[in-house]
Structure formats: C-alpha cells, structure tokens
Design a binder for this molecule. Sequence first.
Ligand code: SF4
Length: 322
Amino acid sequence: MLSIDNKAADKTGYLYGPVPSRRLGRSLGVDIVPVKVCTLDCIYCQVGRTTEKTIERKNYTDIEAVLAELKKRCAAGLKADFITISGSGEPTLHSRLGELIDGIRKITDIPVALITNGTLLYRADVRADCAKADVVLPSLDAGDEQIFQKINRPHNDISIEKLISGLCAFRNEYSGQIWLEVFLVEDVNTDSEQIAKIRDVIGRISPDKIQLNTAVRPTTEPNVKKVDIEKLQFIASQLGEKCEVVADFLPRHYDEYLKGKTEDVLSMLKRRPCTIEDICQGLNISHNEALKYITHLTKQSIIDSEKKGGAIFFKANPALKE
Ligand code: SF4
C-alpha cells in the first residue's frame, strides 16, 4: 500500500472552482501538492515563500480521494473547459501524477491541463506523466543562470540549463500543446539583453504559444514591480507571433468572479448561520477561498460571527436580511 507523505493528505477539498482563468477559460483546479512545496521559490509567487524546497517526488495527497471528489462533481453536472492540475506547490513533485491523469480520463472527457514550472522535465518519468495531459503550461522567466537565480531562486540541483534541456526533451516527445509562460518583473528580466536571451531559448524549445504575465496580484517579495501593458505588448512583439499578453485578462474577469462569489456567500448567510466548512461544501470552493470572502464581508461589517458548540458560525448582519 502506498504511504501518504504529508499531513495535508488528511484534508478534503482538493478541487476548487471552476474559476475563470486567463489562459484556460472555465477551469476546475486540482490541488495535489501542499503549501508550499516547490522546486523553486519565485520572488513573484502568489502563494508565499517556499517552506519545503525539494526535488524529491513523493505521494503527497491521496489520489483516490481526489478522484472520488471529482466523480461527485461530475455526477452533479460539472461544466468546465479544463480540469487544471496546479495548486499550492509544484504538481510534478507528486509521484502519482500520471495515475491521477489516467484516473481523470476514466471519469470525464473534459481536457486536462497541467501548470508546472517545468524544472523536473529533465526526468524521463516526469515527462511521461506530463505527456498524459492535453495541454502543458510550463514556465521560463530567464535566459541565463544569473537571472534564473534572481527571479526563481531554485533548489541547488536545478540550473537554467537543466530546465531548458528538460523542456526541449519534452517538446521532442510530446505531441500535445505547450503554452510557455514568461513572467516578467520590471528591472529584473525586462532589459533588451535578457529578452534577446529568452527569445533564443524559446527558439530552442519551440512551444505552441508564449504567454506573457506580470505581477498583477500581491507577490511574495514586496518589491516585485509590475510591467506596464505597453511594455508587455512591445516585448510580445519581439518574441514573435506566437506570443500574447495574458496579464491584464485576469483582473477584469477575476473581479467579476469575486463579486459573484461574495454575493453567493452572503445569500447563504442570509438564510442561516454557516461554518466555513458549510460554505465550502455549499459553494464547492476551497477553505482558503471561503476564508477570503468571509474576511472581506467581516471587514465591511456585513456579516459577523458567533461561537456555538466549539464551532464558529458566520451570519449576515440582521439589518441586511429581507
Ligand atoms: S514555481 Fe510556482 S508555486 Fe513554485 S515558487 Fe514559483 S510561482 Fe510559486
């Protein structure tokens, strides 16, 4: 029997969304590696500092539990453009990634996307697992070792050349779509010399799309500067016709999504007091996501909380009830 190597394996709620995604339309997220286990510690990460920087693949979460949750969602009429494996850490660190994708295929025809930093693609077993996905979205933020160290702060055994050779090997073996994300940070990887180096590396990898992103949301390091849209478009034009800017898409749609979900939470709490777990189950969202709405509504005094039988219940401010 396979052992589970992390306490987080006990948790339920491996799926989140569907959320509108800049790159994948309506995307149901699958989170299989706990916060914050990664091969890198990117300065722009939105999840926070890497607490376990590793290149060791492990059985981090119970794949059968993830698949059972997905089965339930599909039976309830799930509609999504992609099932996207990504989450709170680097998903290729999960030793049963290939089995997970095989399992998803048995449950649904919805295409599978995999968001990875690409650093483990030098390994044949990781490439074989990734090749099971319909679309793979790896990252490349630097054209040389110095900038790679500065922006991605990799594990000691990972170098830019290892990353690039893994991406090239994967391209040679994989017939699906590769959409390469380049995350740009002002004053770090945006000067013309660095962009020329990145362009050369992209030429070696030959992805189907190149997607430019920048720091539109809060980042791990506070001094990470967003690149403005005009400059992103200029850099996109330098990287060729397969290149597009995806950075400004999310905030617009994301804001609408957040507004809608906040209203959903509020209408639940107007009907009856609920715990965070009730909200997660009722709206099919993760604990972290529910917490975000609760915090927002509490700050505005639209809801408040009370302790009952050892649990915290949230309820709408009585003045708001119809
Ligand atoms: S690879 Fe992704 S999860 Fe890992 S540190 Fe970078 S942005 Fe965060």
